[in-house]
Design a protein around this ligand. Structure first.
Ligand code: CTP
Length: 213
């Protein structure tokens, strides 16, 4: 699984990132471990320590996160993408600190790879779970992402003034599959993670049963 933000360097001391604290992803990693899974947690920079029994693979950029995911894909039955991966990175990362010479500078950004889409298109496709944080029309966008990224499940939270999950210990999640949707409500990330892992395990076994029957 992936968690946390990514850090896209501009120069050795600066970069682009986002407000993901990693708390939701680390809670999912702990819950999956508790449920008996062997967990690789590929994480961007956070202030958190790895849950006990979970293998932490620390990365910074989306490219590094992608490389770590590609490295582990062959031994992965379930992939959960919780990371807030930067969609764009600076076209050039300077090797030395950028000096303040100009009144105005323009940043050129290039698209990062979509890690989750790469996983779901892999020939050994694991059971694939995505996350989405949306400020508008969360359910519609999440249903569209479930289809466009070819996911088994997507967990969506509505980011609003009433619910800003970034850095918080609480969150509000709805879990969507092609056939059903369940609102897990608003509660602690630890509790939500346990319930989400329960849904993932149930759906994973259902898929196995259908594939083997
Ligand atoms: N994701 C990923 N690689 C990316 C971007 C996103 O693996 N380069 C994953 C996230 O980990 C999450 C899911 O895709 O599980 C949804 O991320 P989100 O940022 O909501 O979707 P985007 O595809 O980036 O769409 P948009 O930003 O346009 O809403």
């Amino acid at each position: 699984m992936t968690a946390g933000p990514t850090w896209e360097a501009l120069d050795p001391v600066r970069g682009l990132s986002n407000h993901s604290s990693g708390k939701m992803g680390y809670a999912v990693a702990a819950a999956a471990r508790k449920a008996g899974a062997d967990v690789d947690l590929i994480s961007g920079p956070t202030a958190l320590s790895a849950p006990s029994g979970v293998r932490l693979i620390a990365v910074r950029s989306a490219d590094e996160m992608m490389a770590a995911v590609q490295n582990g894909i062959d031994r992965c039955d379930i992939f959960i993408g919780v990371a807030a991966v930067a969609d764009y990175r600076p076209a050039h990362a300077e090797e030395s600190k950028i000096k303040k010479n100009d009144e105005r500078v323009t940043l050129e950004l290039v698209r990062n790879p979509d890690i989750l889409s790469w996983v779901s298109a892999h020939h050994k496709r694991p059971f694939t779970v995505g996350f989405a944080a949306e400020t508008n029309n969360p359910l519609e966008y999440a249903r569209a992402k479930l289809a466009s990224k070819n996911l088994d499940l997507i967990a969506v939270n509505h980011v609003s003034n009433q619910n800003n999950p970034f850095g918080s210990d609480q969150n509000q999640l709805v879990v969507i599959s092609a056939t059903d949707e369940s609102d897990l409500g608003r509660k602690s990330k630890t509790q939500l993670a346990a319930e989400l892992v329960g849904v993932i395990a149930r759906k994973f076994h259902e898929r196995h049963k259908t594939q083997n029957s």
